[in-house]
Write a protein that binds this ligand. Structure first.
Ligand code: NAD
Length: 297
């Protein structure tokens, strides 16, 4: 089975490498030659263009930065829809607007192609280890065809519903994560301003009704949890700018479907300020620093 993989960045490269190591013939394309070299190093093939990668492929996987890149790659003149052979399966793993995912899937269906939106959770570590979680939107039959590929890149594969449903779940989950991180950092700062030891405070809240994933495995206060990015200068982990992107998708989506997301909008504004202060590349737990900027203690 031949797979075209377009977008070999921090996530796409290790995902494509896992497919190649699993024995699939992977033809990769990225704007960066170095990324294609890294795929070739594990047996993949370098394509000269997205069109060349797609020609003769049984499935196309895309892992691109944002909606506009996905729309251009599939819908643009000479793009994936123009070059793919009949019957090719499309799997977009990028995190994009649910509306954009539906638009591309509808255009693909009009040309007879099945398409899945399959955004992921698990970060670069999950991509390398092949333990990603896939949130999939699209037809059940298309997901059945995609499973042999997805299983080589991830551990949990959820069928969320029709086209766009995978992106909807991703947007909801990451909005909640942004809110939980900001709220947890705020609670820790309040306790610390009262003279509390953040470790003691965290241990008690993690066993009380305020417990959440951030308190359990990703504490934003330096020194509380050795394994969290906060304890290594907020290096690695999940970047502020990626969280800001996902919160932006949530707010935009809320406007288009008429939902109210006051907490998500507040979290987006906090991350926006934090990014503009020069922290876009730090782990998103560094919002803890923004919230401590005016503390008296
Ligand atoms: P990245 O910027 O590292 O990689 C994107 C790659 O796409 C780059 O290598 C770029 O050269 C390439 N690219 C851009 N336009 C292209 C085009 N027209 N044709 C071919 N290649 C093109 O980003 P990433 O961290 O790999 O993220 C990819 C997607 O996954 C994003 O939508 C992101 O939101 C999502 N995501 C990222 C993470 C994470 O932790 N990094 C986690 C979950 C989801």
């Amino acid at each position: 089975m031949k797979i075209a993989f377009i977008g070999l960045g921090n996530m796409g490269l290790p995902m494509a490498q896992n497919l190649s190591r699993a024995g699939f013939a992977v033809s990769g394309f990225d704007l960066s030659a170095a990324q294609m070299d890294a795929l070739a190093a594990v047996g993949g093939e370098r394509a000269v263009s997205a069109a060349a990668a797609v020609t003769g492929a049984d499935a196309v996987v895309t892992m691109l930065p944002a909606s506009r890149h996905v729309e251009a790659t599939y819908l643009g003149a000479g793009g994936v829809l123009d070059c793919a052979a009949p019957g090719t399966l499309f799997i977009d793993c990028s995190t994009i607007a649910p509306e954009a995912a539906r638009k591309v899937a509808v255009a693909a269906a009009a040309r007879g192609f099945a398409m899945l939106d399959a955004p992921v959770s698990g970060g670069t570590g999950g991509a390398q280890a092949g333990t990603l979680t896939f949130m999939v939107g699209g037809a059940a039959g298309a997901l059945d065809r995609a499973r042999p590929l997805l299983e080589k890149m991830g551990r949990n594969i959820f069928h969320a519903g029709d086209s766009g449903a995978g992106q909807t779940v991703k947007v909801c989950n990451n909005m909640l994560l942004g809110i939980l991180m900001s709220g947890t950092a705020e609670a820790l700062r309040l306790g610390m301003a009262n003279g509390m030891d953040p470790k003691v405070l965290s241990e008690i809240m993690a066993k009380s009704s305020g417990r959440n994933w951030v308190l359990e495995v990703y504490n934003p206060c330096p020194g509380v949890m050795d394994s969290a990015p906060s304890s290594r200068g907020y290096a690695g982990g999940f970047g502020v700018d990626l969280m800001l992107k996902d919160l932006g998708l949530a707010v935009e989506n809320s406007l288009s479907v008429g939902a109210s997301v006051p907490m998500g909008a507040l979290a987006r504004n906090l991350y926006d300020l934090h990014s503009k202060a020069g922290n876009g590349g730090l782990d998103f737990g560094s919002i803890f620093n923004l919230l401590g900027a005016h503390a008296n203690a």
